[in-house]
Write a new protein. Structure first.
Length: 393
């Protein structure tokens, strides 16, 4: 099998590593620890194709350590034990071992815990790579022993440099206009940019905008329906609607839909928004968002995308009121403070003779027929300060 261009061009030193200046630029913490040969165990957290594997390899080379690599997708404790055995031999020979585990979040708790003693005794310098938030995907015991390094999507300048280096390797003549298009379609992913370039080369066709678009199909969107980006985008959608910015709300909605999000998840959040953020300012919003949910459930994607868009624009442009949302939170505060206060006797239902004898329902004023202005509906012992805030309801 032919070696992928991304692997062929993988740099083996910091000089040839493009991007991530905030992390690996001169004077940064990581650059300094590498130069001083004081690297500790790390987690590289970032989207695909931003240099996580490459950086781990460079660190091992720069620190003159043995480099071992595992993919958590197809490895387990047996593979780890073999590396431990070899690392112990290498240690006696005066060599350190850097163990790189790609997709480390895919290892279960037992597998992650198995790393702990070897990190603590210094046998291994662990470098884990993950596209998911380590707070959710890495066990707390392991995470507490690692330094998290956040890697971001590569900027256009870095991707441009990578494309030029790749085209030189393939002896492809490609103009700046086409380089710019590949950069745009790569979405900050170096591997994707080189894959597009390699497909252009193997197509044996004249390089054109149409060819590049056909190969790339559409931009690769970074998204994980169970990961942090899922919550980031729904938060951005919610806050854009709250801020009344319909254009931004549509953008975040489209990002989620095009990334494969469940439309019913979005519709549920819109129902919540209708009560939490719009509330009494527009009582129709809740009914309409329930209709949006029903429509999405009935017709599904792609037809329901315009239904969601309709709802998002409506919510964005609607007047807002959080009076009910705040009132409910005030009520919860009161309950947490005062506990289970008894229901006043006159509000209780006297369904048996005994209950009637105990004055259940006594002196209750039936409001449709009797003036109940003097009647109380709350239990004794409430803190009045919170319920004064509810006077606008």
């Amino acid at each position: 099998m032919k070696t992928p261009l991304a692997t062929v061009l993988r740099p083996d030193n910091l000089k040839d590593f493009f991007g991530q200046e905030k992390v690996i630029g001169k004077g940064t913490w990581l650059r300094t620890t590498i130069e001083k040969d004081q690297v500790t165990s790390l987690i590289f957290w970032g989207p695909p194709g931003v240099g996580k594997t490459t950086l781990a390899f460079i660190i091992a080379k720069e620190t003159k350590a043995e480099f071992k690599s595992l993919s958590a997708v197809d490895s387990g404790l047996k593979d780890l034990r073999e590396i431990i055995k070899q690392a112990e031999i290498d240690k006696r020979l005066g060599h350190r071992t850097v163990l790189f585990i790609d997709e480390i979040h895919r290892w279960n708790k037992a597998q992650q815990d198995a790393l702990l003693p070897y990190i603590e005794n210094g046998l291994l310098i662990l470098i884990g790579a993950t596209t998911e938030n380590p707070s959710f995907s890495i066990n707390s015991a392991l995470l507490s022993r690692l330094k998290v390094v956040v890697l971001e999507n590569l900027d256009d300048q870095a991707i441009n440099s990578i494309i030029k280096r790749g085209s030189k390797k393939l002896k492809l003549k490609i103009d700046n206009k086409n380089i710019k298009l590949i950069t745009k379609l790569s979405s900050g992913d170096a591997r994707r940019s080189l894959n597009i370039l390699e497909d252009i080369y193997t197509s044996d066709q004249e390089i054109s905008i149409d060819l590049i678009k056909n190969i790339a199909n559409k931009p690769q969107l970074n998204y994980d329906k169970k990961g942090e980006e899922h919550y980031n985008l729904i938060s951005a959608l919610h806050k854009s609607m709250r801020g009344g910015n319909a254009q931004a709300a549509l953008y975040w909605l489209a990002r989620m839909i095009e990334s494969g999000e469940d439309p019913l998840f979005i519709a549920r959040r819109m129902i919540r928004f209708a009560s939490e953020d719009i509330g009494l300012a527009n009582n129709s919003a809740l009914m309409l968002m329930t209709a949006v949910y029903d429509a999405c459930a009935k017709i599904g994607l792609p037809e329901c995308n315009v239904v969601l868009a309709h709802g998002v624009v409506y919510l964005s442009k609607s007047k807002k009121s959080i009076a009910v949302y705040k009132a409910y939170n005030y009520t919860i505060e009161e309950i947490n403070e005062s506990g289970s206060l008894p229901v006043p006797l006159h509000l209780r239902n006297a369904s048996t003779k005994l209950m009637k004898d105990l004055d259940y329902g006594k002196d209750y004023k039936y409001s449709p027929e009797v003036d109940d202005s003097s009647q109380t509906y709350l239990p004794k012992g409430l803190r009045n300060k919170n319920f004064k805030k509810l006077s606008n309801l």
